[in-house]
Ligand binder design. Structure first.
Ligand code: SAH
Ligand code: SF4
Length: 434
């Protein structure tokens, strides 16, 4: 039996995809890359912007033929759009076997069991649940690289950024315990994983108890830093509010924490940041970045930016460009504002005309692309350290993708001399002296 998983959206969604696959793997399904040959498809949806949701819905529509070819096939629609539109999806696409929203991920193995009944092998549950705090490590990274794995440490979001639907579809914050995180990271490294990315919507707000003692995110980093076989530790997606001296200190002194920080600014206009309810201002971002760069000189910063938020003026947008110039992100994820039903900003007039949004996005991308190109070209002629994730393809500690010829077996950290760039990937040759 063959399973195909399609995931839209963020890294948290990708990690959820692994969990969603687990109960079917427990029934003996194995992964296939092509949907045509699959007996089951899990479509893990995103709803953070209308565009992401539309893409998922359009794919459900296109899968009708696949399902009709063999009604025994199983189509499961999961994730954030499934949470938002559940009953509507079931009605609109009656051939979908199971619609299960993001908030139900902990009950998902049970839901799958009920939905599939005896159709396949008896369920040998291998899925992780936060409630039971048991987590399988049988197939920690089967879907990506066997050497780089995600570990979800929290779900949901307690923030209320006025544009964002995530708190509505994922619910309030729920933290995994200190012990189970340590156990999962240790188990994964024991299976050969070299790089772990800790995941959460505001990952650095994570906290928990160690016995009676309150533990915060920076301490989790330093503790995981003690696992010798863990070569690299990353985390996504931190909220700027929780980037404090303790976190900077932990990043600077924990040798396996990579020199990379995602700092989503969203806007450079303090007026808009207030309306967005982001809990920081542009000077705060610069001040934090300066402290970070002073403590970790080689650190690279990446960011998320929204253009065309309601009432955004030319002056607001110019402030965003100014903040980007000061921040110098090596990577930027830029978005046109998309009103999401039920969010606070959906009640505001979406008054920036689409052509203005497009034009601002174009100008912002021009600036961000130039900064990325600049960061990439600075590496030409240099020797960088890369974790070989796929045999000749991997990433540097500071987050750049690298491809090189004549690779050895994957899973090793190698030195690559950078000779050029292509489509934002550094190209190079193995540095034989390493
Ligand atoms: N928790 C993360 C972000 C999750 S959503 C954080 O706070 O950084 C990922 C990104 O999508 C956001 O950073 C934002 O830039 C973008 N985004 C979220 N809602 C959006 C909307 N309604 N319109 C456009 N972009 C949006
Ligand atoms: Fe959305 Fe804000 Fe929460 Fe990030 S912090 S998930 S942008 S509400």
């Amino acid at each position: 039996m063959r399973l195909h998983v399609v995931t839209f959206g963020c890294q948290m969604s990708v990690a959820d995809g692994e969990e969603l696959a687990a109960p079917l793997q427990g029934r003996g399904f194995t992964a296939v890359a092509e949907p045509e040959t699959a007996d089951a498809i899990i479509l893990n949806t995103c709803t953070v912007r209308q565009h992401a949701e539309d893409k998922a819905l359009s794919l459900i529509g296109r899968l009708r033929g696949w399902k009709e070819k063999d009604p025994e096939r199983v189509l499961i629609v999961a994730g954030c759009a499934a949470e938002r539109l559940g009953p509507w999806i079931s009605k609109r696409f009656p051939y979908v076997d199971l619609v299960v929203g993001a908030k139900s991920i902990e009950d998902y193995p049970k839901i799958v069991e009920e939905a599939l009944g005896a159709r396949f092998d008896a369920l040998a549950e291998t899925g992780q649940t936060f409630k039971g705090e048991s987590r399988s490590v049988d197939h920690p990274t089967g879907w990506m690289s066997p050497f780089s794995a995600f570990v979800t440490i929290m779900r949901g979001c307690n923030y209320s950024c006025s544009y964002c639907i995530v708190p509505a579809v994922r619910g309030r914050e729920l933290y995994r315990s200190w012990e189970t995180i340590l156990a999962e990271v240790s188990a994964k490294t024991a299976l050969g994983v070299k790089e772990i990315t800790l995941l959460g919507q505001t990952v650095n707000s994570w906290h928990a108890l160690d016995g009676k003692r309150q533990v915060r995110f920076p301490e989790l980093l330093t503790r995981l830093g003690k696992i010798d076989s863990l070569e690299r530790l990353r985390f996504e997606s931190p909220h700027p509010h929780f980037v404090d001296d303790d976190l900077i200190q932990a990043m600077a002194t924990t040798k396996n924490v990579c020199e990379q920080l995602h700092l989503p600014i969203q806007s450079g206009s303090d007026r808009l940041l207030k309306i967005m309810r982001r809990n920081y201002d542009s000077e705060g971002i610069i001040e934090k970045t300066n402290r970070l760069r002073a403590a970790i000189p080689r650190v690279e910063v990446s960011t998320d930016i929204i253009v065309g938020f309601p009432s955004e003026t030319d002056d607001d947008f110019t402030r965003t460009l100014d903040l980007v110039r000061r921040l110098r992100p090596s990577w930027s994820y830029t978005f046109k504002y998309s009103p999401r039903e039920g969010t606070e900003s959906a009640g505001m007039e979406d008054d920036v005309p689409d052509e203005v949004k497009e034009e601002r996005l174009r100008r912002l991308n021009e600036l961000c692309d130039a900064l990325t190109e600049d960061a990439l070209s600075k590496r030409i002629g240099k020797v960088v350290e890369v974790l070989d994730e796929q045999g000749g393809f991997g990433r540097t500690r500071d987050g750049f993708k690298v491809a090189w010829r004549e690779p050895g077996p994957p899973g090793r950290t190698v030195k690559v001399r950078i000779t050029g760039t292509s489509k934002r990937v550094l190209k190079g040759e193995r540095d034989e002296r390493a």
